[in-house]
Design a protein around this ligand. Sequence first.
Ligand SMILES: [Zn+2]
Length: 255
Amino acid sequence: MEIIYHPKFKETSYASDPAAEQGRIGCIIEELEDEERLNFFKPSPASASDLKRVHTVEHLRNIRERREKTYRMGALAAGASLRAAGSAFQGTPTFAVIRPPGHHASPDSCWGFCYFNNMAVAIESLREAGKVDTAFIMDFDLHTGDGNINCLGNDPDITIMNPRSEERKDYMKEVESRLEREKSYDIVGVSAGFDEHVEDWGGKLMTEDYLRLGRILKKFSEEKCRGRRFALLEGGYNHDVLGKNVRAFVRGFSD
Ligand SMILES: [Zn+2]
């Protein structure tokens, strides 16, 4: 399995919000460096034309002119997502340790610590190249990815799932029974937010649940789309548990 990561993601000066906090990326990388059978790959930034497949020219201009550092970090996160999806298409599962996150970024607006929609940039690039037509997006972040929905949700070839069970005991059942009913897709993309953890904002899932989510999505991708799967970091804000939650997911998701 490939981990897409650039040391620049440790820099905090691109924004001042919980996603940009000091130590957040480091706690993930420390855990993953201990894990066996992971190959780290350093991405390049997405180009303006990659971003324009999803965002309006005005949105890009607004961010570039008002927040230059944020634009550069956002383009690097989107570039990492392109690489994650590209490797997944070739058959290597991937996890991109990136920030800023992307699932609250819409074509012409953004909020929630997001600027560019990493998932949509990745999917639309594969679609424009004629590599995939259909995609299943699993967004297990605490918050609904309104940006994913606004960028991709109106397309009949794309299905987005945000699990909504209020109780932990129902959550995996909801995911499993939904995936059992799903048809085949060309690729599975995961908006992997870890803020639903019992010690994070959502107060619901245990670390072992992320291992299970990883396994379920691995199995789904192997059964329904030739194993093509990638995941992009979204939320997750308690640095005491974020690293081990990502590690648990990666362990379940890997080949
Ligand atoms: Zn979130």
